[in-house]
Design a binder for this molecule. Structure first.
Ligand SMILES: C[S@@+](CC[C@H](N)C(=O)[O-])C[C@H]1O[C@@H](n2cnc3c(N)ncnc32)[C@H](O)[C@@H]1O
Length: 396
């Protein structure tokens, strides 16, 4: 199937007051939200002012600028190589999952376009799949300031009702505030986790190919020695990533199981012969007392402060009473929650960086702190790594 997607991101945003595709939704520019959600193999053409983006795209712009959506599509047409293409507005952050369905329908139907309709039956030409030659033939010689309806009028169109959530666009600052409330309100955890999955799915292979820092690998190997000395063989790793530590544990003779939020990381672990499944630290998919010990490195920093207690309770639940749990985290002089990451991997990741005192205060409710080491970041920033071995209460 052709997977060219044209994204219109060069409108005037007059109701919004500034370029809305640059506005931040959950800490990420709106345009990047749209791009991140497009099918992975899509050839993406963005019509608008060129800027750095998370996905690799081709840029074009209508002349004169701000000449409306039909002129914008007209500017993209010469760049489209496939027989069909998908079209989406750069202000429609939830639309992408609906696009492949529209494209598939177009493949199987002898029409020129498959266009989504909203709950009221209104056609949404910016959430649609089109046959390229038909659009070329129907494009007016001078599309400046013409509406997309002019194009649809000359095409043989099938419409498909689409759930409201996919059709939602952002026109005003109030629309944006409403959508941003998802990132601050009751759904904040799932929004954070969805962003982490996007980011780590894109990052997994690079992480696998990077060696672990020596300081951390040394602590991990000491933990292996401790487990040997205590005769503990069944280990759970939470937040395996692509499995660098888990492989070392397996090679050291331990029976390792793992869990990670990001399916691409889990797949890499499985390819390497590891027993890892998709799941969250906040709801571990294991029975109580299944493991002799647990290990989690650079993962609980993605769990918000309000959820840390749940994550620690889960870790303690799945190990035997009196078990050691090794925890590695990036910490800061003062606790803070923030988002950052490399733009090419996806939306910035949520981080909860904790001071040593705050981390210790959270841990003591779950066991005795047997070891607490820290060392500075090699990046020259003010972060430091925190390495903990927590001994869970002996309930026997
Ligand atoms: C910084 S990476 C560390 C990966 C690995 N431990 C390492 O050190 O290379 C964080 C990992 O935690 C995973 N993760 C984030 N939040 C999680 C959660 N709530 N439950 C399980 N895994 C999570 C991410 O998918 C990612 O693989």
């Amino acid at each position: 199937m052709d997977t060219t997607t044209v994204v219109l991101a060069g409108g005037q945003s007059s109701r919004f007051g500034e370029d809305k595709t640059r506005a931040l939704l959950g800490g990420t520019p709106l345009l990047d939200r749209v791009l991140d959600a497009l099918p992975g193999d899509s050839d993406i053409i963005v019509v608008g002012e060129a800027r750095p983006t998370t996905r690799r795209v081709r840029w074009t712009r209508e002349e004169p600028h701000f000449a409306g959506p039909l002129a914008a599509l007209g500017a993209a047409l010469p760049l489209i190589e496939g027989e069909t293409f998908m079209l989406v507005g750069g202000d429609m952050p939830s639309a992408a999952p609906a696009l492949p369905q529209l494209a598939e329908l177009l493949q199987g139907t002898p029409v020129d376009a498959v266009v989504a309709t909203d709950l009221n039956g209104h056609r949404q030409p910016l959430l649609a799949a089109y046959r390229t030659h038909a659009v070329r033939a129907a494009m007016p010689h001078s599309p400046i300031d013409l509406s997309m309806r002019v194009l649809l009028h000359d095409l043989d169109v099938t419409t498909v009702p689409i759930e409201e959530q996919f059709v939602t666009d952002i026109d005003t600052q109030e629309d944006l505030a409403r959508m941003n409330s998802v990132y601050d309100g009751a759904d904040a955890r799932s929004a954070r986790e969805a962003d982490l999955v996007t980011y780590y799915d894109n990052e997994a292979a690079d992480r696998r190919d990077n060696p672990l820092p020596e300081d951390r690998a040394a602590r991990r190997d000491e933990f292996v020695e401790q487990l040997r000395a205590e005769g503990r063989g069944r280990l759970l790793e939470v937040g395996t990533g692509p499995g660098r530590d888990a492989l070392a544990f397996q090679q050291a003779g331990l029976t390792v199981s793992g869990v990670d939020l990001a399916p691409a990381s889990v797949e890499l672990c499985r390819q390497a012969g590891l027993d890892v499944r998709v799941g969250s630290a906040l709801e571990l998919p294991f029975e109580s007392g299944e493991f002799d010990a647990a290990y989690t490195a650079s993962t609980l920093l993605h769990v918000a402060d309000e959820d840390l207690d749940t994550a620690l309770t889960e870790l303690v639940r799945v190990v035997l009473p009196g078990a050691p749990i090794a925890i590695g985290l990036w910490g800061a002089p003062e606790s803070r929650q923030e988002r950052w990451g490399k733009q090419s991997y996806g939306p910035p990741r949520f981080f909860a960086l904790r001071s040593d005192a705050d981390l210790k205060a959270a841990l003591v409710a779950h066991g005795a702190i047997e070891r607490f080491d820290t060392w500075p970041s090699s990046e020259g920033d003010e972060l430091h790594y925190q390495w903990v071995v927590l001994r869970t209460p002996d309930r026997a």
